[in-house]
Design a protein around this ligand. Sequence first.
Ligand SMILES: Nc1ncnc2c1ncn2[C@@H]1O[C@H](COP(=O)(O)OP(=O)(O)O)[C@@H](O)[C@H]1O
Ligand SMILES: [Mg+2]
Length: 243
Amino acid sequence: MTFRPEQLALTRRISSTRDDSRLVCLLQPGSAEAEQFRCLRYSLLRTLTAGRCNVIAVTSPGGGTGKTTTAINLAAALEEAGVFRVLLVDADLRTATIADRLELGAVVNNGLDAALANGSLGLSDIVRSSSEPYGFGILPTAARPDIAGQLFASPRFATLLREAREQYDFIVIDTPPLLPAADCRAMAPWVDGFLVVVAAHQTPRKVLAESLNAMRQEQILGLVFSGDDASPWFTRGGSVVGN
Ligand SMILES: Nc1ncnc2c1ncn2[C@@H]1O[C@H](COP(=O)(O)OP(=O)(O)O)[C@@H](O)[C@H]1O
Ligand SMILES: [Mg+2]
């Protein structure tokens, strides 16, 4: 396997400051785990429509299951192909962890939360465009758990996504958990599909079934199992049987 020089620089730069071993596509591109994200990339490429922007939201029934980790690694795996313009969006206004995990610094009045609240902010005001050390664009947010529900009820998210669709081939959106918050339901009309991250051997089937039933079936791109021996493990479709 060969790496482009900028990828090697990327590996050095973030690993020197942070031990975030789960960001395998950034820190350990030669690992078996990073290879699994490439498999996920190919599964998605088979599933999605070529020749137009695809907006993929990453969600899960509850918190702490690996949504953010999956979203970051998927954005990196898509970018690594070298042909796609990729935007990673932190739309989890409840916990907002992408700026911290990618060491972007504080997000103060220049993130998704600010643009949802303030109609005069456009995409170019808030996106950290693809430059060193990342090859993909990043739209971070500050945490606004108090008003997240209200912000997603506004039409601003749709406007911003429309603008982004014109500039990118893939938009990967990190979202809050599906069951406790309405945010994923609010953004569903504007995204092309959801990847549902499931904690292997932990997420109860009933809870997963409840989550899948809360989505339009044709919007479920598939399940990503995190924390499994060969994680992430991807399966297409969304039917769950049993308990
Ligand atoms: N595939 C995985 N296997 C094991 N641990 C993981 C995996 N993906 C994420 N984690 C860990 O689980 C915790 C929660 O991950 P995170 O991506 O923040 O989840 P969420 O966004 O759903 O809250 C983090 O400590 C992360 O390092
Ligand atoms: Mg998260």
